[in-house]
Each structure stands twice: as C-alpha cells, then as structure tokens.
Design a protein around this ligand. Structure first.
Ligand SMILES: NC(=O)c1ccc[n+]([C@@H]2O[C@H](COP(=O)([O-])OP(=O)(O)OC[C@H]3O[C@@H](n4cnc5c(N)ncnc54)[C@H](OP(=O)(O)O)[C@@H]3O)[C@@H](O)[C@H]2O)c1
Length: 294
C-alpha cells in the first residue's frame, strides 16, 4: 500500500509502527488522530495469523482487534476524519456459507470455530463503521479481502498463513535436502488467494471513487485446492521432495470463495495469477531471507 501510494505521488503519509503508536492504547490513539487530522485513514493494523495461531490465542485475537478497531474508528470520528477504510476478512463469513460467498450472507449463521475470535472482532468492525455512518454521516468503508499473500508477509513457520508458511517450509526443505514435507490437512480444501498489490489497487480504487455502499468482497473469484497450491509452490521453489498431507490436522471449512461480482461491476478486477504472485513472493523471500519476518 505504501509503495503504491508513493508511486502515485502521495508523500504526506503518516506511518507509525506499532512501537511508535500502539493502537490498543485508547488515549494515545485518539491524541495521535486528533493532532494529525488525516484526510484518509486506511485501517490495516490487526492481530493476524494462520489457523494454528487463531486456535492457540483466541483471547489475544479478540482483545487486540477489538481495541485497535474501536480506538481507530472512534478516534477518526473525534478527529473529524472524513474517510476511513477498514479491512475486514473473509473469515467473517459463516462456516456453512453457500459458495461463492456474497456480502449479503454476512451475519446469517455462526462463524467457523477455528477463527471465531478473529471473525467476531472483525465483524464488529464492519458493524461499527456502519453505525458511525448512520449516526454521524461519516464515510467509513469496509473491504473484505480473501486470503492475502505477497512480499514482506509474515513467514513465521507456526504463526503465518498458508502461503508464506509453505514458502518458508518448502525453502528450508529444499536447502536441507529433506525427502518430504508434511502439510496440515487433507489437501482437498479449496481456498482463494489474492496478491497484496491487487488489494492495494482495490483499496485505492474504492477510496478514489464515489462508492459509499460497503462492505465489498475483494478477491480473484477463483479458488484452488491446498494440494494444487502446495504443488505450485513446490514448482516455483524447485523442491524435489514429496508432499505428505496429514488429514488428522484441522483444516477449516471445505471451501472459501468470495463472490466478487459487486466490486467487478464497479470496474475493479485482480491482475495477478496465482503462479505470478507466488513467483514474486518466493523470490522476495529468498532475496530477503535474513530480514524477512519469520
Ligand atoms: N493476511 C490475510 O490473508 C488477510 C486476509 C483478509 C484480511 N486481512 C486483513 O488485512 C490487514 C493486514 O493483514 P496482514 O496479513 O498484512 O497482517 P500483518 O502482516 O500481520 O500486519 C499487521 C500490521 O498490524 C500492525 N499492528 C498489529 N498490532 C498493532 C498495534 N497494537 N498497534 C499498531 N499496529 C499494530 C503491525 O504493525 P507493526 O509491523 O509495526 O508491528 C502490522 O504492520 C488486517 O487488517 C487483516 O485482518 C488479511
């Protein structure tokens, strides 16, 4: 997002790290927003992680996300920020959701258990934006991205999402000459993946348009099995070993695919294929191995 904004000539960017501004701290967050009065706030900060981290730390996922969102959204209101974009997540859709998932299916049935805390917190953020727009006439917009990946992701072996975790594991398996690599789940679940630069373009598209009706799904509109995904990463990483799928491990719902027709009708479409996105991400990881978040 930062790269894209700078390329387009936006230079007056406020980019505090979590060390400089911990958004779970209400007073500091409100003071920051009131003193700087930004024109637009893109709320991407969140406690984020893969299935294992979500299952191990549900209290952290709930508490931190609720605090970050509520402090930033209310702080924007107090500071008179006219426009905010909040990132929800496809995890907010019900576990038993019809596929592909349309925006109207939100809040119609219970969440997926493995990421319930994160989903509930994110869903509260979507509703909070809606309530503020209703009561205060603000323009607080929400996008619902599908699974994201790309350069500078979190490549932690235990806490990361599937693509960065697999890229890291596959790379280690290759340099250590391991004969096989074990992967959680049957490999048959279907998932959709969006390259991070496509999301940045979608965010800019929405913020620079007249769109007021959100939430809107952001994805590619196509999915792959985890087995196909792992094979793509194996080809890109040139790992010659075998892939072994461990069906005894949790793997979440059988399919998660967003219906992207609403955003498509507003003239936005993803540009990166999975192959192209994985190549860019893998090469970034290898070239930045020492400094990557892992
Ligand atoms: N990754 C996905 O597949 C996915 C899918 C759908 C939606 N999303 C949404 O997209 C957004 C970005 O996700 P991501 O995967 O890019 O996550 P990420 O790489 O973990 O980045 C999260 C960011 O949040 C910041 N942050 C966390 N806690 C903070 C705090 N207490 N105060 C200030 N900043 C804090 C971190 O800042 P520091 O680096 O300074 O610590 C970090 O830059 C999130 O809102 C997430 O819910 C992600």
């Amino acid at each position: 997002m930062i790269k894209k904004l700078k390329e387009l000539g936006y230079h007056n960017l406020l980019l505090p790290s979590s060390r400089e501004l911990d958004l779970t701290q209400q007073t500091k967050t409100h003071e920051f927003l009131i003193s700087h009065k930004p024109d637009v706030v893109i709320l991407a900060a969140a406690r984020v992680g893969g299935i294992k981290a979500n299952m191990t730390y549900p209290a952290d996922f709930f508490y931190q996300n609720i605090l970050i969102q509520t402090n930033v959204i209310h702080g924007c209101y107090l500071a008179g920020v006219p426009k905010l974009l909040f990132l929800g997540s496809s995890c907010m859709y019900p576990r038993e959701c019809p596929q592909p998932m349309k925006e109207e299916y939100l809040f119609t049935a219970p969440f997926e258990k493995t990421n319930e805390a994160y989903a509930l917190a994110k869903a509260a953020g979507v509703k909070q934006c809606e309530f503020y727009n209703h009561q205060f006439n603000t323009r607080y917009l929400c996008l619902i991205p599908t699974n994201l990946y790309g350069p500078a992701d979190n490549f932690h072996l235990e806490h990361a999402h599937v693509i960065p975790a697999l890229i890291h594991k596959m790379h280690l398996a290759k340099i250590q000459n391991l004969p096989h690599l074990e992967i959680w789940g049957s490999g048959n679940t279907r998932r959709e993946f969006l390259f991070v630069e496509d999301l940045s373009e979608a965010i800019l598209h929405v913020l620079t348009s007249n769109i007021t009706r959100t939430p809107l799904n952001v994805g590619t509109g196509t999915d792959v099995t985890i087995r196909e995904l792992a094979q793509t990463i194996r080809e890109v990483a040139r790992y010659p070993g075998a892939l072994i799928f461990d069906s005894s491990r949790p793997e979440g719902p059988p399919q998660k695919l967003l219906d992207v027709s609403n955003l498509s009708s507003l003239q936005w479409r993803a540009r990166y294929s999975l192959q192209k996105g994985i190549e860019a991400t893998y090469h970034w990881f290898v070239n930045n191995f020492d400094n990557a978040r892992k």
